[in-house]
Ligand binder design. Sequence first.
Ligand SMILES: NC(=O)C1=CN([C@@H]2O[C@H](COP(=O)(O)OP(=O)(O)OC[C@H]3O[C@@H](n4cnc5c(N)ncnc54)[C@H](OP(=O)(O)O)[C@@H]3O)[C@@H](O)[C@H]2O)C=CC1
Ligand SMILES: CCCCCCCCCCCCCCCC(=O)[C@@H](N)CO
Length: 295
Amino acid sequence: KPVSVPIKDRHVFITGGSSGIGLALAHKAVSEGARVSLLARSLNKLEEAQKSIRLAYGVDVAIFAADVRDYEAVQRAVEDAGSIDVLVVNQGIFVPQALEKQELDEVKFMIDVNLMGSFNVIKAALPFMKDRKDRRPASIALMSSQSGQVGVYGYSAYSASKFGLRGLAESLQQEVISDNIHVTVIYPPDTETPGLEEEKKIRPELTNILAGSGAVLKAEEVAGKTLDGIKSGTFSVTFNIEGYLLAFATAGASPQRSFLMAFLEVVLAGISRLAALFFLWSFYRTIKKWHVKPN
Ligand SMILES: NC(=O)C1=CN([C@@H]2O[C@H](COP(=O)(O)OP(=O)(O)OC[C@H]3O[C@@H](n4cnc5c(N)ncnc54)[C@H](OP(=O)(O)O)[C@@H]3O)[C@@H](O)[C@H]2O)C=CC1
Ligand SMILES: CCCCCCCCCCCCCCCC(=O)[C@@H](N)CO
């Protein structure tokens, strides 16, 4: 059934809110009248973010310096922040590399921050969300990636962390629906952020060719669609034509509250699987060619 999650005058808590997509989302939420809190590791970056929002809207956001890998630190932040209406679990790191060349420390880093960190944040915040004063619909949004819908060369650890969020989200939605909490998973393609700038410096060539073929979105576009998805309680939020095809090809057993989208998922299942197979065929052709050429 359709639902509407109000934003105005409500508390939006954003992890990874000091940069990129999270920061753009903070700006959007403040501009729509939300009370916003940001959590990230670096206090410096948080203060910069706070300043940019103050300059734009004359509004102060609360900031919390904590590492999502540290459960106690996250708990303290959430306690200080007060009851949460919209939780956006957006922190994330990406260090692309073929598994054979990647240190296990790096693999663990990505799983710990992207996946385990999300468990920490949600587990810490849930009691406060259930306890919220108004009983209006609330939201937990998780920032996945197109890498959470399809594996790509160089993203084994990143992809695993992002696919993991979907399983977490599907189960969680059944656990919190009776508390009028609605779960959203966001699957953006490459997006212009400081994080992507860093990633591009170290991307393996094949990852670049395969993942870098599509258009790059602006953080503001991703933030806008994300907030719309949260407000409408949409379970899967996608972007651009590849994103829609991927959503149809991987609809699986995810919840769907739009009758139109459910209808399209059923009708387009076969053809989107065909499109996915075509994409994969061209991926494998590229990989084969790349290995043949002298490097
Ligand atoms: N940009 C892109 O192309 C895409 C990004 N995404 C996803 O979107 C999300 C945001 O990405 P983007 O805006 O590009 O990233 P940025 O690198 O620009 O920002 C990441 C944010 O997360 C925070 N963060 C990182 N590690 C931790 C940690 N251990 N504990 C708490 N906070 C942390 C950072 O602050 P600090 O370093 O101070 O902790 C920062 O605020 C990520 O989950 C990413 O996987 C998905 C698809 C595409
Ligand atoms: C019907 C099937 C269509 C198939 C389309 C295939 C397109 C695949 C592109 C995947 C690109 C992954 C981008 C990840 C962005 C991200 O998270 C990074 N910036 C961080 O690493």
